[in-house]
Ligand binder design. Structure first.
Ligand code: GLU
Length: 485
């Protein structure tokens, strides 16, 4: 028998930004398809018109692109969007609904929202699960026809018969539910749009999806989908429900505890490859201690069977750790555009003052993200207003510090060699030694004078960046400060 081509899909609803959990779902679908030489499809599920946001689709598509998660089939933003946008497939769903009604697997429901509300309230009062009471299932065909003729608003519901529904989840094993717990789900809404459940199942079938890989939050919907596959007499795809992403305190990952939009991380200067590496390991582990994976390596190594059931903690420290590694190892020229964008938003930034390459080289091995890098450069543009205590430091005396700074100032004024980090470092070290100053007592005040900071990159690297004139000015400011005590 010919092996079936693996086809997976990412099926976001365009209700806003791309959530970091959604990005992981897209990634796992992509990895699984590519690992199996299959196809990965993007399908936009826009049937919930109340939550629909027109710009969400392009945001989602742009974001996926930035992460290198390329789909084989899906909407092209230049339009027309074609078959991968559900709102363009309404006729297909309508036909399928009619089939279900004709086969007695679904039925018209004309109940008013007041009636439904009443049932719900009375069920809640008795602590019963709230579900539809199948009232309209009893309607005679003459009543149905009369209602339709009179244009009474209606929905179409799935007819759930007593029994048990089960499916096998690749990650969770067999899941069984009593049909008593399943509502006669609305399949077609009164606005003529299908619900998520119907459109999702119809499309997964028609688009020949072999593996439905999605978040754990869809587990409760799956029995309804299974019933639909049965109602249509269709083969089911394989289901795999991914573990939830959790905050450190094990609550569901939420905006309140940090960023959840994939784009927010990009905007802060987390590199796509670092985010991909980090989220790939949120729920999956390769079974060895390898931690760094490129997208290609992820494709080679990914295994759905090694995805865990329990929730995965989104640990920002770990993301920072990955990101700092990726930034430190990325060629400076590849960081230029990104850093420039972030720096340009800072009010202290003056584009012509320093070379961006030099700035990046100075900081790239000491930051968690590029936003952090941009913030750390502020002292280059504006000397911070530091305290004399910082300059003098506990173990030193103001008089001695003043003497040292004057000594260094003199060296700079007469400095003839080239103004590079290495030359400066060697020369200053020689001079300090001949004057019998220790490194600690002399280079500390020099570094504070130049940077105004307690922690900073190497002072000579900073001096070489600032230039001679600015260096002299900053040492003078330091001497001034000591003079005032
Ligand atoms: N449209 C659903 C969502 O927004 C898709 C869920 C699924 O993958 O079936 O996540």
């Amino acid at each position: 028998m010919k092996k079936q081509t693996v086809r997976t899909r990412f099926a976001p609803s365009p209700t806003g930004f791309l959530h970091i959990g959604g990005l992981r779902t897209a990634l796992y679908n992509y990895l699984f398809a590519k690992k199996n030489q299959g196809q990965f499809i993007l399908r936009i599920e826009d049937t919930d018109r109340e939550r629909y946001q027109p710009e969400a689709m392009s945001t989602i598509i742009d974001t996926l692109k930035k992460f290198g998660i390329n789909y084989d089939e899906g909407p092209d933003l230049s339009g027309p969007y074609g078959p991968y946008i559900q709102s363009e497939r309404l006729e297909i769903y309508r036909k399928k609904i009619d089939e279900l009604i004709a086969n007695n697997r679904a039925y018209y429901c004309f109940c008013s929202s007041e009636r439904l509300e009443k049932i719900r309230t009375s069920q809640s009062k008795k602590s019963l699960p709230t579900k539809y009471d199948k009232h309209c299932l009893q309607l005679k065909s003459s009543e149905i026809n009369a209602n339709l003729k009179n244009n009474l608003p209606y929905v179409v519901r799935l007819k759930v018969d007593p029994g048990e529904t089960q499916f096998t989840d690749l990650i969770r094993g067999v899941i069984k539910v009593n049909n008593e717990t399943i509502d006669d789900q609305i399949l077609l809404k009164s606005d003529g749009y299908p619900t998520y459940h119907l459109a999702n199942v119809v499309d997964d079938y028609l688009m020949k999806i072999t593996h439905v890989i999605r978040g754990e939050e869809w587990v409760p919907s799956t029995p309804k989908h299974v019933l639909l596959y049965k109602a249509f007499n269709w083969d089911m795809p394989i289901f795999a429900h991914l573990p939830l992403l959790l905050n450190k305190d094990k609550s569901k990952l939420s905006k309140r505890q940090g960023d959840v939009a994939a784009n927010d991380y990009l905007n802060k200067g987390y590199l796509p490859e670092a985010i991909i590496n980090f989220i790939a390991l949120l729920g999956w582990n390769p079974g060895n201690d390898k931690e760094f994976f490129s997208l290609d390596e992820l494709i080679q190594n990914f295994d759905l069977k090694k995805v865990q059931k329990s929730g995965a903690i989104f640990n920002l420290d770990k993301l920072n750790w990955f990101n700092s590694h990726y930034i430190a190892n990325k060629p400076t020229k590849d960081l230029l555009k990104n850093v420039k964008t972030i720096l340009s938003k800072k009010d202290f930034y003056k584009p012509d003052l320093f070379s961006l390459e030099q700035i990046i080289d100075l900081f790239k091995s000491r930051v968690n993200n590029l936003e952090d890098l941009a913030n750390k450069t502020q002292f280059l543009f504006r000397l911070p207003d530091y305290s004399v205590e910082l300059l003098v430091n506990k173990k030193n005396e103001p008089k001695k510090v003043k003497e040292i700074l004057n000594y260094f100032l003199n060296i700079i004024l007469n400095y003839q060699k080239s103004w590079t980090t290495e030359e400066l470092k060697n020369y200053f070290d020689k001079k300090r030694e001949s004057a019998k100053y220790t490194r600690a007592e002399s280079f500390w005040p020099l570094r504070v004078a130049i940077t105004g900071l307690e922690n900073s990159p190497d002072v000579f690297a900073v001096m070489s960046l600032l230039g001679k004139e600015e260096t002299i000015m900053r040492i003078n400011i330091a001497i001034e400060k000591i003079n005032q005590i």
